[in-house]
Design a protein around this ligand. Sequence first.
Ligand SMILES: Nc1nc2c(ncn2[C@@H]2O[C@H](COP(=O)(O)OP(=O)(O)OP(=O)(O)O)[C@@H](O)[C@H]2O)c(=O)[nH]1
Ligand SMILES: [Mg+2]
Length: 399
Amino acid sequence: MSLFEKARRFFQASDGKEHTLGPAFQYHDAHLPTLWLLGKTGAGKSTLVQSITGNTQAEIGKGFQPCTQTSTKFGFPVVKPVLQFLDTRGLGESGYDATEDIEVCTRQGHALILVMKLGDTEQRDVLSAIRQIKSSKKIVNYLLVHTASQSVSDLHERQRLVQYNCAQVHKILGREVPSVLVDFKLPGGGVDGMEDLVHALSAMLPIISVLLKKQQCSDEEVRKFQELQTQVLWYSGVAGVSDIVPGIGLVAVPGIQWKMLRDMADSYNMNWNKAALAELLGALGAGIGVRYSMKFGTRQVVKFLPAWGQTLGAASAAVMSFCTTYAIGRVACKYMYHRNHEEDVSDEELRALFHSAFDSVKTLARQELTGSGDSADRFVQKSAVVAGSNKVDPGKRGE
Ligand SMILES: Nc1nc2c(ncn2[C@@H]2O[C@H](COP(=O)(O)OP(=O)(O)OP(=O)(O)O)[C@@H](O)[C@H]2O)c(=O)[nH]1
Ligand SMILES: [Mg+2]
């Protein structure tokens, strides 16, 4: 049997077994990279979540009454999320001892966003929370966001106030923390400083820039892909996680890729059938290694593709799975778009796109799966539990 035939059969065997993918999907969504918001009551935490995600479920306070009463996670996007915001109860609310919440959040956070209202230099509770968080050694990435920038009109005074709070945080953490100044409520509507905020968040979590910085583009095919890009990233994340967590890895990456292709086909109003799959696989060709990943899993792909293995450095199977799934998703979108329009697209073009798509997410995949901070143990530490009990625990991470 040719390799092509083996790959085709393996892919088809995944069809009809989508229920076996459920634990992988759940596990992925329960372990999303998390941006944890911390600040005094009324600082603008929920406003920040709402401004970035557009999710109006993040309730915003009116006046000085404390608003958010319990920590709430907001997946972004809502469907097939690739990251989440953890909006917490405001510090400094009378009768609220945050010690326990901080302990829980420390286990859930990937990066910490400290929110302070400009001009509010009384940050005792926040500073003491930062001390506690620092001593846990679980959070590496910090960002300080000052809100209500326009409430202080003098530019020098603005800078002085920002520097004062930054210095307080610096003193505790022993290093400088990036800071941005925003105003979510300009008198005439709109937001000031949003670009800086997105830039700073993207530096902590590159996937944010994919979600929020859509490029203007005149190419209809690319525009259509941009609409589906987050879905492709979600499947790529699931494929990556599946490779790390032994109990889940058995369902294998090909099943996830197959499900993604079917979803893509639905979006293009295409019938995803054997002939279409055969054509796509044929176009990509043996040299690209996709078939190997489908048949053998990505661990073996690294062996087959020494050049990529080297490029990725200590490339883990998970990163390979992420990148391969993304590249297949990208190529499939182009293929489907042109089939829909009854246009030809050359095999060379599809192969070149596969390579460039693969390369374009290498850094992102590494950071998501094995990268900075505690994100590596995010999945790995939990794997023993999942492998042992075969049960997904959606509420906790990395304990
Ligand atoms: N002018 C101005 N008002 C803001 C800004 N950000 C938030 N606010 C207002 O501040 C108030 C409190 O905002 P929230 O987002 O609810 O604050 P929070 O930090 O979530 O507060 P708790 O849920 O009580 O902890 C609301 O009235 C917001 O409209 C800002 O950048 N500029
Ligand atoms: Mg709130």
